[in-house]
Ligand binder design. Structure first.
Ligand code: PBG
Length: 328
């Protein structure tokens, strides 16, 4: 007889016998409440444009965006993350348009909160869509300068809060921005406006399709002097802890799938919810393979999304949110 405590007394396959037993043994589950839906808004009326490198994903004018948001609400999804596409003639080095109280982002927040006051509305805070250089901060002599950019980003956060944003989501990776934003929000009376910080945002090629969506690719150079080096993980923990101390309410890791180890490390280091951004390039890869008939899209999506939960993510920003919600 073999030794109790090993095969055949112990058989892992007992827990995999059928769908119900596998469900009982599942360590992680996806919930609609996990998802943050990124949305692209553009100027104009009654128009939606498919993003070529993101099949099935669109930029909407505000009137149509509201209908899209309605669908999101009806599906039971709790939050959206807004990105505005800014026409070239409104871009400059200081991102002046970003502070326009009647700007597209501000109007979008107002319109969405008016129709759906309970929906969690998050806004992207970064200069790149507004910058003539396509960088996340102000450019001087070919450099992206930190402190002046931070002052501007803090004003941008206040402007979004004034419009009614529940959370501002700084994606710029300037140093000290969370503290400055928290200060500015408190001073202006926005105690309840939260900050979801892109704390560990890597200089990644997987943002390519997103930059097509917003026409926001850097005009010169790359973003490596502010976004993180893909080889680093200890540095991600440092950034995350700093942001937590500076007052971030949610800490994000971005991109997602190639950085699951970072999600785990950050989750273990902080005491606030951790979100992960399943970015545009990750979406595009699955879509492209599915279009070619090389992968089953729905299964690939579900497997990728549960991997985020397994890694420790509490929230997932994903272009698959609606599709996944329909399966849940
Ligand atoms: C820019 C920003 C980017 C994304 C979100 N905010 C791109 C970048 O840093 O160049 C990428 C999102 C995605 O790829 O889905 N501040």
């Amino acid at each position: 007889m073999s030794n109790p405590g090993s095969f055949p007394y112990i058989r892992g396959r007992r827990l995999r016998q059928n769908e119900n037993i596998r469900r009982m043994a599942a360590e992680h589950h996806l919930n609609k409440a996990d998802f943050i839906v990124p949305l692209f808004v553009m100027e104009g009326k009654n128009e939606k444009v498919e993003i070529p490198s993101m099949p099935g994903y669109y930029r909407y004018t505000l009137d149509l965006l509201i209908r899209e948001v309605e669908e999101i609400v009806l599906l039971g999804l709790p939050s959206v993350l807004l990105f505005a596409k800014v026409p070239d003639n409104k871009k400059d080095n200081e991102g002046t348009e970003a502070l326009n109280p009647k700007g597209l982002m501000q109007e979008s927040v107002r319109a969405i909160k008016k129709e759906f006051p309970e929906l969690g509305v998050m806004t992207d805070v970064a200069l790149d869509p507004y910058s003539s250089y396509g960088h996340d901060g102000i450019v001087r002599n070919g450099e992206i300068i930190n402190d002046e950019s931070v002052d501007l980003l803090a004003k941008m956060a206040v402007s979004h809060a004034e419009a009614g944003a529940d959370f501002v989501a700084p994606s710029d990776m300037m140093d000290g921005r969370i503290g400055s934003m928290r200060n500015a929000l408190e001073l202006e009376g926005f105690q309840n406006t939260g900050i979801m910080s892109y704390s560990a945002k890597y200089a990644s090629v997987f943002y390519g399709p997103f930059r097509d969506a917003l026409d926001s690719a850097p005009g010169f150079g790359d973003k490596k002097t502010y976004q993180m080096d893909p080889s680093n993980v200890i540095e991600a923990v440092r950034e995350a802890k700093l942001d937590e101390q500076e007052g971030a309410d949610i800490i994000m890791v971005k991109p997602g799938l190639p950085y699951l180890d970072v999600v785990r490390a950050v989750k273990q280091a902080v005491s606030v919810p951790v979100s992960v951004y399943n970015v545009s390039g990750e979406y595009a890869m699955i879509k492209a393979a599915a279009e070619k008939g090389w992968l089953d899209e729905k299964q690939a999506m579900a497997e990728a999304l549960i991997a985020f939960k397994r890694a420790g993510a509490d929230l997932i920003a994903t272009y698959f949110a609606k599709d996944m919600a329909r399966l849940l």
